[in-house]
Design a protein around this ligand. Structure first.
Ligand code: SF4
Length: 311
């Protein structure tokens, strides 16, 4: 039994113009201590997938499929059970842009205290806060500061520390390096690597495949609400199967090879009324007639690829 198992998950948003099929039949699994990178362009459903796992959807609902954590369905359990035993304690999230949501009128220390109070933490507050601040490579002096007195990198470390405060085993990090300069990005990546080494499972949501290679054993590539390729990072980096994954990897500039980065022509499909067949059809250099009708799911050694080329 896998630690995390997501089975044919479908999450939708009802809007005035129709239903947005944001996550449309996504499946993947992770063993304990393993991490996964979720890659793809903007609006492909990556963040909605993370929010579905955290049961923190705003306006969206999981319409079918299941998410099992250690064999237990977190979709079927009551909200009170999830809040009491799972949210922040077993599974937590660093939300996209979270460093900008620190409350400007309270010190960092006050904000840590609030979290522990809200979750009825029974241990020593100051001891736990000092432990977690040290574990993200900060000094206790940041506790007396207000958010505006901190750099972007410090704020990002603080929101990561907040997500870890109640000792979860699985953390979803949504674009944790976006809006940071490259040096601070490198610091945040090395912090995530250190936490992973200490046993944390991470789901890293990013549009940057290069970052995933540093942290995750598995990759799920999303396109148009579907996970079009899933498997081990080493295999997918070495031998990407889906034409979209190939395009993403070819768009990363290389310092070693004297090759121009390529780009994927065209735009992703609308998720309001997505095409019936392969969603990459309009942009795919290998598109065939049958791709228009039905996207297949072909098993690979370590996962699957949704492409007729591997029938
Ligand atoms: Fe291209 Fe067809 Fe594969 Fe889709 S199924 S990625 S259109 S070859």
């Amino acid at each position: 039994m896998s630690y995390i198992s997501v089975n044919d998950l479908k999450t939708q948003y009802k809007t005035q113009t129709g239903i947005v099929h944001a996550v449309d039949g996504v499946s993947f699994f992770l063993e304990k201590g393993e991490s996964i990178g979720i890659a793809g362009e903007s609006a492909c459903g990556k963040s909605t997938l993370g929010l579905s796992l955290m049961r923190a959807l705003q306006g969206g609902i999981v319409v079918s499929g299941d998410i099992l954590l250690d064999g237990k369905s977190i979709i079927k359990m009551s909200e009170s059970e999830f809040t009491k035993n799972y949210r922040w304690k077993e599974i937590s999230m660093v939300f996209q842009g979270a460093m900008n949501s620190l409350d400007p009128v309270f010190t960092v220390e006050h904000q840590f205290h609030e979290i522990l109070k809200q979750h009825n933490y029974t241990g020593d507050f100051d001891k736990r806060i000092a432990e977690i601040i040290t574990s993200v490579g900060l000094n206790n002096s940041v506790l007396k500061k207000f958010p505006h007195e901190l750099s972007g990198g410090m704020k990002q470390r603080i929101v990561i520390a907040m997500a870890l405060l109640l000792n979860p085993k699985f953390v979803i990090a949504d674009e944790p390096t976006t809006a940071l300069d490259v040096l601070v990005q490198a610091q945040v990546i090395s912090l995530l690597k250190k936490l992973k080494k200490e046993g944390l499972s991470i789901m890293l949501i990013t549009h940057d495949l290069a970052i995933i290679s540093e942290i995750a054993e598995k990759i799920g590539v999303m396109y148009g609400g579907k996970m079009i390729e899933f498997g081990s990072s080493s295999e997918i980096y070495k031998d990407p199967k889906h034409p979209y994954t190939q395009g993403l990897l070819q768009s990363i500039p290389s310092l070693k090879e004297n090759k121009k980065p390529q780009y994927i022509r065209g735009n992703p499909p609308t998720l309001l009324n997505p095409p019936q067949g392969c969603r990459f059809y309009d942009r795919c250099p290998h598109a065939m007639e049958k791709c228009k009708k039905d996207p297949p799911k072909i098993k690979t050694d370590s996962g699957y690829v949704q492409c007729w080329l591997y029938e």
